[in-house]
Write a new protein. Structure first.
Length: 552
RNA sequence: GGCCCGUUGGAGAAGAGGCUUAACUCAUAUCCCUUUCAAGGAUACAUUCAUGGGUUCGAAUCCCGUACGGGUCACCA
């Protein structure tokens, strides 16, 4: 007659340490604040929703003077994507959600590691050995086919599907039989023997939702897969206990497995962690709300924002507006870049998933970009262009100083220009500053002068405006332009023109437009005078001539 | 389908029984400013809080039912 102890020895012959040893090795932390963590699985890019979760975790640690760490849950070898670990680590860094400890490259840091689950096998095995010896975990020999049959049967008979109670065949196997089958080399997994009753409701506490009433867990879930790696549920309990997490912050989709986790904590005699289940970020799709999808929504991948040239801070600031409902009110009158000073609180968090609002992101991103000083902006744009927009990068490196001047148009003063929500917006609006591109615009964009005005008149005015080029400032220049306007019977402002349109051929705006079209090849442009100053007198003369030759 | 969570304007939301003629932010619209554009300023935009019923002198706020939306039911996390 074999007993549980024998079974544990058979399964884990090499394991000599005990849970007590682990408790000693990973003692409770000496921190005053909360210990939070971000625990993604390396199955691809950094998801916008995950960034949201990690942001909250970071905020909670910050506001309590605690610790935020990164743990990688790489127990699903089938779904693991090469390079995903790096992407995740990099992603967190570029989006300014820096972990204090945990998985990192080239080397992890912290005393509660390893921070890669696949390297924590020994820990799981120690805990499991003890659980097997106690009879709390048992080997299950059911095949995928057995399980499918079971499920079909349960569905056919309208029963709750799953491996539980009378359906948990292997839970009642005698130790001798289990011992023998394992000895023979049969495949098996380890299941947790639940003591729960589905009819019983338990009260779960959630930091955001308060009390949640759910049925007790009665499923004998798999804790160790046949490949020797733990499932999420078991790894979560072990890791968050021995890594001494104080608040588990994760997506709402985990609420339904809360009773399971609570049962495991209890049976292991680990003090229960606090939980905060975050609402999911949603997306409107054909009139319906749905969870952000990797496949359908490009913006579900944070790289979307990088590729389009949103400064990472912009996304963070936008996510902050979802994080706490009072954030925006708090921000009024402050600079967006002061966002880290905001005090996070769980009870200011909404309970249902927010729709991702690109327009609002754009709004905040304009604010962010306008708040950067020129040097920062320039470096960011250059870095962005280098990776994502070759054509722009080429322009920048032609003459960095020249590009800086362009970038800096109307950024000073009380009302800085806010025309860029993302760096991708820059190229189309500034390319005319470059001669080759300018010529291409004039020749091929289909731009033309207002046909309302006589060609010789346009030419005369253009020529005459050249005399203004030496104006010392915009006021002088514009006064001069008004002079010219008046001379050719244009009203000096729109109001006078509108009052008596028949007395004039047009108004100054029309005159300015002639120049604007000539030098920018467009009816819209940044400040005309500044643009001309940047281009330089020689270039302006060249362009006026070029426009005359090609557009008149 | 079972179970859980949720439901205040186009969007994020404030609101915890009378202070709400429902705050604030984005979007949208109109106007003002203006040499174009961007920005800025002003105004408008929920007679009503998914819905039906209760409790109460009084409810967006408390209770119950219904509808709708989301999540979850794996050897995936």
């Amino acid at each position: 007659m074999k007993n549980y102890r024998d079974l544990a020895e058979l399964i884990f012959p090499d394991v000599t340490l005990t849970i007590e040893d682990l408790e000693r090795k990973y003692p409770p932390r000496d921190v005053e604040g909360e210990v939070t963590r971000f625990a993604p699985s390396p199955t691809g890019f950094l998801h916008t929703g995950s960034l949201f979760t990690s942001l909250v975790s970071r905020l909670v640690a910050n506001s309590s003077n605690g610790i935020f760490y990164l743990r990688l849950e790489d127990t699903d070898t089938k779904r693991e994507v090469p390079g995903a670990k790096e992407t995740l680590v990099e992603g967190l860094k570029t989006f300014l959600v820096r972990p204090d400890e945990g998985f990192d490259l080239p080397k992890e840091k912290g005393n509660y590691g390893p921070y890669l689950q696949s390297q924590r096998k020994d820990i799981y095995r120690i805990v499991l050995k003890e659980l097997v010896a106690r009879g709390d975990v048992y080997p299950c020999f059911c095949t995928a086919e057995d399980l499918n049959k079971l499920r079909e049967f349960q569905e056919r008979n309208k029963m709750v599907p799953g491996y539980y109670g009378e359906f948990a065949k292997c839970r009642n196997l005698s130790v001798d039989e289990a011992y023998e089958r394992i000895s023979k080399g049969e495949n098996y997994v380890l299941r947790f023997k639940s003591h729960g009753d589905h009819e019983n409701k338990i009260d779960c506490e959630d930091l955001i939702r308060g009390h949640i009433n759910i049925a007790e867990n009665d499923l004998d879930v798999v804790v160790l897969k046949s490949d020797g790696l733990p499932t999420y549920h078991f790894a979560h309990v072990c890791d968050d206990h021995f890594m001494r997490t104080s608040i588990v912050i994760r997506g709402e989709e985990w609420i339904s497995s809360l009773p399971l986790h609570i049962e495991m904590f209890k049976r292991l005699n680990f003090p229960l962690v606090k939980y905060a289940h975050l609402p999911l970020i949603m997306k409107m799709d054909e009139g319906k709300k749905r969870k952000f999808s990797k496949r359908k929504d490009p913006e579900a991948n944070v790289s979307y924002f990088l590729e389009n040239g949103y400064p990472p801070v912009s996304l963070i600031v936008y996510l902050m507006t979802i994080v706490n409902s009072n954030f925006e009110e708090w921000l009024v009158g402050k600079n967006v870049l002061d966002y880290p000073q905001f005090k996070f609180s769980f009870d200011k968090m909404s309970l249902d998933g927010a729709l991702f609002d690109l327009k609002k992101l754009d709004y905040y991103s304009k604010e962010v970009i306008a708040s950067f000083d020129l040097e920062t902006l320039f470096n960011n744009v250059k870095e962005y262009a280098k990776v994502y927009e070759e054509t722009l990068y080429e322009l920048i490196v032609r003459d960095e100083n020249y590009f800086k001047h362009i970038l800096n148009i109307e950024r000073d003063g009380d009302h800085p220009r806010k025309d860029y929500a993302k760096y991708k917006d820059i190229y189309p609006s500034i390319k005319f500053f470059y001669r080759d591109l300018y010529e291409d615009i004039i020749l091929n964009s289909g731009i033309s002068f207002n046909p309302k005005f006589d060609k010789t008149l346009i030419k005369t005015i253009l020529e005459e405006s050249l005399t203004l080029l030496s104006s010392e400032n915009e006021q002088v220049w514009f006064a001069g332009l008004k002079e010219i306007a008046r001379k050719y019977r244009f009203a000096s402002d729109n109001k006078t023109y509108k009052a008596n349109p028949n007395d004039y051929v047009g108004q100054v705006g029309d005159v300015a437009e002639m120049i604007r079209i000539s030098i920018a090849g467009s009816r819209r442009s940044p400040n005309l005078f500044t643009s001309m100053m940047i281009l330089g007198e020689k270039e302006v003369r060249y362009r006026i001539k070029f426009a005359e030759d090609n557009l008149l």
